[in-house]
Design a protein around this ligand. Structure first.
Ligand code: GTP
Ligand code: MG
Length: 194
């Protein structure tokens, strides 16, 4: 996909603020600091349009990006960061539930996991949550550049097994450093944007 235009339109905390022009939408989900914002930036060839950070918890709101005046990427705050108060966790849960249960223009959610590690209990919960709302899921196993090439298949199998993935769902190995998996990810996403 050739991206000519990418802009942030709104950082939303509640449904009233979501854009309402009904373009198709692709959301990101995943642990804090796993690389959700970096995935968006890599796909649209922008260094830091979706703000990234080496510290977890950078993205705190639902950030809607318009792409080519045709669809949205929605960057979503991560989960699983220990230093978050109970109150903040509850707020996060409400924001997620509201978004994923109500958003009928949402076509697909990209669940990002770290290929180096076994998916966490939170990752499993997120996958199950998306399945519960019958939202199509693509799993991206990122930070591929951080493992030796000969470990790739073993690590991918562990992702599939730990998440107990539906055999119809895909997992794509990816790196925001080397761009591996970028074209394959675009091909997959394009099918949901028609
Ligand atoms: P929150 O907004 O806090 O939930 O984090 P996030 O999931 O948006 O993560 P972000 O994209 O900000 O990336 C977190 C850190 O991981 C940054 O330091 C990135 O440079 C790094 N990172 C992301 N993707 C990759 C990758 O594919 N390879 C490597 N080596 N580092 C990556
Ligand atoms: Mg982020």
């Amino acid at each position: 996909m050739k991206v000519n235009k990418a802009e942030i339109v709104i950082s939303a905390v509640s449904e009233k603020q979501y854009p309402n022009n009904r373009w198709p939408e692709i959301a990101l989900a995943g642990r804090s600091n796993v690389g959700k914002s970096s995935f968006i930036n890599k796909l649209i060839n922008r260094k830091n349009l979706a703000r990234t950070s080496s510290k977890p918890g950078k993205t705190q709101t639902l950030n809607f990006y318009t792409i080519n005046d045709a669809f949205y990427f929605v960057d979503v705050p991560g989960y699983g960061y220990a230093k978050v108060s109970k109150k903040e966790r509850e707020k996060w849960g409400e924001m997620m539930e509201e978004y994923f249960s109500l958003r009928d223009t949402l076509r697909l959610t990209v669940l990002i996991v770290d290929i180096r590690h076994k998916p966490t209990e939170d990752d499993r919960m997120m996958y199950d949550f998306l399945k519960h709302f019958e939202i199509p899921v693509l799993v991206i196993a990122t930070k591929l550049d951080k493992i030796p090439k000969n470990k790739k298949d073993t690590h991918l199998k562990r992702v599939i097994k730990t998440l107990e993935m539906d055999p119809n769902d895909a997992v794509i190995p990816f790196s925001a450093e080397t761009s591996e998996g970028k074209e394959e990810a675009w091909r997959y996403l394009s099918n949901y944007l028609k």
